[in-house]
Design a protein around this ligand. Structure first.
Ligand code: TYD
Length: 134
């Protein structure tokens, strides 16, 4: 898996004068069944989130409000993606180190995940990750 597998996914939008609606279906807009949803909010200015890679977890992350930047690193290549639309997700694949930075005030990051939380699925040490990804 590489940073190039972390693709942007444009989600459907139902436009209406009363407001827009977006939906995500597991197996349709993302390749996995959704096992867990979590969200980051009240992120203080200058804070960084992430700073890890997953061994097998797949995710789709969406800036539900505001914006933030995702720094991707597969051990040989790096890429940066800015998320700032409620109808655009970023697919995060296993074995890609990710950091979330530059959160705008009031931003919310929603993550749809392929499995329940499991600390054993994390690489939290960058050098361990680099060695495993080589
Ligand atoms: P972590 O995945 O490191 O958050 P981020 O990547 O956004 O910085 O998780 C932070 C803490 O929250 C850590 O102690 C594990 C816990 N946690 C859960 O208990 N369940 C979850 O679904 C997630 C994502 C984290």
């Amino acid at each position: 898996m590489s940073v190039h597998d972390c693709q942007l996914v444009e989600l459907p939008v139902i436009h209406a004068p009363e407001g827009n609606l977006t939906f995500v279906e597991g197996g349709r807009h993302i390749s996995f069944d959704i096992a867990r949803v979590y969200y980051l909010y009240d992120v203080p200015g200058g804070a960084k989130r992430g700073g890890h890679a997953h061994k097998s977890l797949e995710q789709l992350i969406v800036a539900m409000s505001g914006s933030f930047e995702v720094l991707l690193d597969d051990g040989s290549e790096r890429r940066s993606v800015i998320l700032n639309r409620s109808y655009v997700g970023l697919r995060l694949v296993p074995m890609v180190w990710r950091e979330l930075v530059n959160f705008s005030s009031g931003s919310v990051c929603m993550a749809l995940a392929s499995a329940p939380y499991d600390e054993a699925d994390y690489y939290r040490d960058y050098e361990d990750f680099r060695a495993a990804a080589a």
